[in-house]
Design a protein around this ligand. Structure first.
Ligand SMILES: [Zn+2]
Length: 291
């Protein structure tokens, strides 16, 4: 699986993902992925079949309209409440509603299937009309768990998800807990609230919860311990939506202490998620930087 991060911060988020069988999706469109017509991806981007939108905030949707005006085939999955908000700002969205699949927030956990994958929506608490995380499970065995702009999350929702073969995790790590908040900043207070954003520590906690769930789910299938370790070693973990202010401090953190193969997605970063970490918990594979 190939992952390109066009940007991963409050300036804009957009991820382009290509599976090993050349299925192409985009998650969030807060950046203009079609800006560079000379890009080797340009023609393929015009043929992406599916777009997932986490929530309506502009850093996740600013370029959705332009993208759909150029790519005439993609269908978009979004929370109903987020879609309504987009429609209230620009009637173009309502006029083009046939291109959207929406799920109301109260139906979080619903599974949407098509010929390429099945996807489960996950309710994420954030100061938006709605916010969905997604577990996208391709039929060829590849998959992604995507959660961003997460102030808090009800872990009970994961109960019905099968993480036995989970391969790629993209989870927000927005700020460094160790940085003192700026005094009287409403923005920082919101950021750190239950409807704001995940800190580094919170994302680590969620990741370790997911690790344990992978182990439990695999055990329930009677998979042997050695194979379970292989599964964990072959996981790809990306920290996303890191604020520019905290990028360097998070990057300099000794993430090996927590997990040794976490990568922090950055603007223009291209990642090969097929890399298989061999036998050791101590090896870190750094991201491949885009030219
Ligand atoms: Zn947001």
């Amino acid at each position: 699986m190939y992952i390109k991060s066009y940007g991963s911060s409050s300036k804009g988020n957009a991820y382009y993902i290509v599976t090993n069988q050349a299925k192409r999706i985009i998650i969030d469109l807060g950046l203009d992925v079609l800006k560079n017509k000379q890009s080797p991806h340009y023609e393929h981007l015009l043929n992406v079949d599916y777009v997932f939108i986490s929530h309506e905030h502009v850093d996740h949707t600013r370029h959705l309209k332009k993208f759909l005006e150029n790519n005439l085939k993609a269908k978009v999955h979004i929370a109903q409440e987020s879609f309504e908000k987009l429609c209230s700002k620009d009637k173009w969205f309502w006029l083009n509603k046939a291109r959207f699949f929406w799920t109301p927030l109260e139906k979080a956990g619903a599974i949407w299937t098509n010929k390429d994958f099945q996807v489960t929506s996950i309710k994420v608490e954030h100061n938006s009309k709605a916010n969905f995380g997604y577990f996208i499970d391709f039929y060829n065995g590849e998959n992604i768990l995507y959660i961003t702009d997460c102030g808090s999350i009800n872990l009970g929702q994961f109960k019905n998800l099968d993480f036995k073969d989970l391969k790629t995790i993209m989870i927000e790590s927005n700020y460094d807990d160790e940085r003192e908040p700026t005094a009287f900043s409403i923005k920082e207070e919101t950021q750190r609230s239950m409807v704001g954003h995940f800190s580094y520590k919170q994302s680590m906690k969620l990741i370790s919860f997911i690790f344990n769930k992978i182990k439990d789910d695999a055990k329930n299938y009677g998979i042997k311990d050695a194979s379970i370790i292989e599964k964990l070693l072959s996981l790809n973990v990306f920290l996303i939506h890191t604020s520019a202010k905290d990028f360097n401090s998070l990057k300099n953190k000794d993430i090996k202490q927590n997990l040794n193969f976490i990568r922090i997605a950055e603007k223009g970063g291209e990642y090969n998620a097929n890399y298989y970490r061999k036998r050791s918990w101590d090896k870190t594979k750094e991201f491949i930087k885009a030219p």
